[in-house]
Design a protein around this ligand. Sequence first.
Ligand code: CMC
Length: 389
Amino acid sequence: TGMITLDSGFANTGSCKSAITFMDGERGILRYRGYPIEALAEHSSFREVAYLLINGELPNRKQITRFSVLLNDHSLVHEDMRSFFGSFPRASHPMGILSSMVNALKSFYPYLEGEEELNTTVARLISKVRTLAAMSYKIFRGHTVVYPRPDLSYCENFLNMMFDSPVRPYEIDPDVVQALSVFLILHADHEQNCSTSAVRLVGSGRVNLYAAISAGIAALWGPLHGGANQAVIEMLTNIVEKKIPLKDVLARAKDRNDPFRLMGFGHRVYKTYDPRTRIMKKMCDRLLTKLNIHDPLLEVAQALEEIAVKDSYFVDHNLYPNIDFYSGIVLRAIGIPTNMFTVMFAIGRLPGWIAQWKESMDDPEWRLNRPRQIYTGPTQREYVPLDER
Ligand code: CMC
């Protein structure tokens, strides 16, 4: 095993060639297919960004219409899948449910080979994941399920399925729709992050797309990755409720003997301000002002950022707020429950996972992913029978 190089956390290992997302962690640059994230967040829709990531080019009018029709045609979920929800314990985490449901899609919608079929599977996934997420929210609250509507956009439909009720029709607010759209666009891809690497690795065994995406959802669940958005809100709530002085929070984050970390801070690749955070923070301010919401968590978050970015520990470790630091406050303002925050991340990251999976399948050099190890266990030993141990 002398030839094997160890790279803990794969921090310096390129696992693939990719033409999808460009990231410069030193300068804080993020581009999808060459387009700066700032331009896409300002001008594009989530549907368009999904198309761009998966197909490589921005769609023209005809292409986006065709894509929308496809998404619409595949937005319903097999009625038999509804009964699954009732069998999960009430306290189940929505990420566990989503991962299971996406894996189950393979049984309900077996797919065949071929380009046409792949386009259908992609549309099914993007459309149905959104329906499943809203459905699970309604069913767990004991409410009537709201079906997707063909006259609504991707984001409008999600909000309507989440919040419309027979007794209180949901009024669609274009600012809320815009905030959700930007949230999803900012999450849509981030090169070889933990969940995307999971999708590629699992996919490299040539498993079906649903199973690969289900693995990505499971990987995203962790608090160091997608689960951070939920963890941030829990941390901020704790600070507000227990009135913990912010200097004590920082002191704990800096203490090597304390496992506590400042959630929503730090990034493996960004060693400067996360470009997504800048957009999210602005969006957060604008939305809360528009909705006239005074969220004490936003005040605490801003104050924490202010003192952390001046603190020598955070400066020396290049720790800046990441996208999750402000995204939860936006989701709260929209009305999304905290335990669904990571599901929202999954809906956003889905086009990225699909694009990366597709790219790997089309790559003639892509092989079964099978890393090696440096063995540290005992050398050969004699077997000792049970009675002699
Ligand atoms: N609070 C306090 N110290 C930190 C933090 C933090 N949030 N993040 C990193 N550090 C310190 C860490 O203790 C270590 O210090 P030292 O070298 O003195 O022992 C040093 O910085 C490097 O940490 P690391 O864990 O080796 O760095 P990494 O590249 O593996 O970590 C990270 C990246 C995102 C896992 C980490 O910064 C972290 O745990 N952050 C909090 C969780 C979080 O916000 N995750 C969301 C990431 S962005 C969205 C996504 O990817 O899903």
